[in-house]
Design a protein around this ligand. Structure first.
Ligand code: NAD
Length: 397
């Protein structure tokens, strides 16, 4: 039997600097018996040079040759048009492909007979899948970077500083949504010396926020909205109204607000209304990690842009923050990729097995069919209407 050839393509999406596999990942894939082909320059923007890949045992090739030879292609996000044009039946394509918001891509890959595998669908609560959890690894990077972005836009110190020129007050930071990204943001803001509060609708988040040394914001409305699989459920209209108006009081007395709230399968909830932003002090900063073309947590935030409001508040529509920490994000993603590939390969070949719980989550199309029931429902329903809980869709990015 011929050796499995795994190819790593260079990303071409605007501002995407990550790479799906780093040189360490090359070694991991060689260890499972695969041959690794890397597109020339694929890791350059994440500071992994071609020579490092070659030293790890990869073969460097131009894109067309690489795709012609590949059995499995690894990429961060969905394929570029030219890559898509070259994929053929029997090949597999693995990345963070946001299938729920990319039904057209799902249809195309299925029709072509390409096996589409997306890390977004991983069953995240399975212990054995944790090393493959790219949503968590990238959310963690996003949460960290969100604080640095906030600090960059904030014209004061984060810590309390006592100098001969006087004492600075510490920044008051509020993190709304205390999942993976939110908890990382809380920890990072604390390390920078801010006074930090966190809030979430899942009761389990209370202890997690406190364990990081932050204060948990208790609302009088007492909303408890744990959903399935550790996620939040969507709030009712009354709950949303109560939450927005009560949060407004707290938000107005904070200098920095970082929002990370998501509900799987729904557009992100609005936590910060335009009226609330109007109550904030000049110089305050709001970073909306949920900002995407599907909406965001903050009224008035624009994906990929920083808006200065009439009352002097900067609203940062933070999209794809992991791409702005390309080295660490790629290293983590590479580990996730290598762990999943290690799980998919049996006796030196891809062994698709839809009875396996992990594979059932990640394999979207196979042998010409959309095999993921959740994605099949969306694909047959037509144009996208839901958030896919994917970093590539701006959810944690
Ligand atoms: P997510 O990106 O779906 O959402 C981010 C946060 O927003 C969540 O904590 C959610 O509760 C919160 N949120 C939603 N609506 C809100 C609202 N109206 N107001 C305030 N907050 C709101 O979540 P995530 O970061 O991907 O993680 C979600 C959960 O999954 C967490 O419990 C996390 O610990 C769990 N998780 C578990 C594992 C594991 O078991 N291995 C791995 C990853 C994540």
């Amino acid at each position: 039997m011929s050796t499995l050839r795994i190819a790593v393509v260079k990303e071409t999406a605007p501002s995407e600097r990550r790479v799906a596999l780093d040189p360490d990942g090359v070694k991991r894939l060689l260890a499972v018996g695969a041959q690794v082909l890397v597109e020339t320059g694929a890791g350059a923007e994440a500071w992994f040079g071609d020579e490092a890949y070659a030293a790890a045992g990869a073969q460097l090739l131009p894109r067309a040759e690489l795709l012609a030879q590949a059995d499995l292609v690894l990429s961060v996000g969905p394929p570029a048009e030219d890559v898509l044009g070259q994929l053929r039946a029997g090949q597999a394509y693995l990345g963070l492909l946001a299938p729920l918001t990319n039904p057209e891509l799902v249809r195309t890959l299925a029709e072509r007979g390409v096996t589409m595998i997306s890390l977004d669908g991983l069953p995240r609560t399975l212990t054995r899948a944790q090393s493959m959890d790219a949503l968590s690894s990238q959310a963690s990077v996003a949460g960290y970077k969100a604080v640095l972005v906030a600090a960059e836009h904030y014209d004061r110190f984060f810590p309390m500083l006592m100098t001969a020129a006087g004492t600075s007050k510490p920044a008051a930071v509020l993190v709304l949504g205390a999942g993976v990204a939110g908890l990382q943001a809380i920890g990072t803001a604390r390390r920078l010396g801010a006074v930090v509060s966190g809030y979430d609708v899942r009761p389990a988040a209370r202890e997690e926020v406190k364990s990081l040394g932050a204060k948990f914001l208790e609302l009088r409305a007492g909303i408890a909205a744990a959903g399935e699989g550790g996620y939040a459920r969507e709030l009712t209209a009354e709950e949303r109204q109560a939450q927005q108006s009560e949060l407004a009081e707290h938000i107005a007395r904070h200098d920095i607000v970082i929002t990370t709230a998501q509900v799987p399968g729904r557009t992100p909830p609005v936590l910060v209304t335009a009226e609330t932003v109007a109550r904030m002090r000049p110089g305050s900063v709001v970073v909306d990690l949920a900002a995407s073309r599907l909406g965001g947590n903050v009224e008035g935030s624009v994906p990929g842009q920083t808006v200065l409001t009439g009352n002097g508040v900067r609203l940062v529509g933070a999209t794809n923050l992991p791409a702005r920490m390309a080295t660490s994000a790629s290293q983590a993603l590479s580990r996730n990729m290598a762990a999943l590939v290690g799980h998919l390969v049996r006796d030196g070949a891809l062994a698709i097995d839809l009875d396996d719980e992990i594979q059932r989550g990640v394999v979207i199309s196979h042998r010409g069919e959309v095999v993921s029931p959740g994605v099949a429902a969306v694909v047959s329903a037509g144009p996208p209407v839901v958030s896919s809980a994917s970093p590539s869709e701006g959810q944690l990015s």
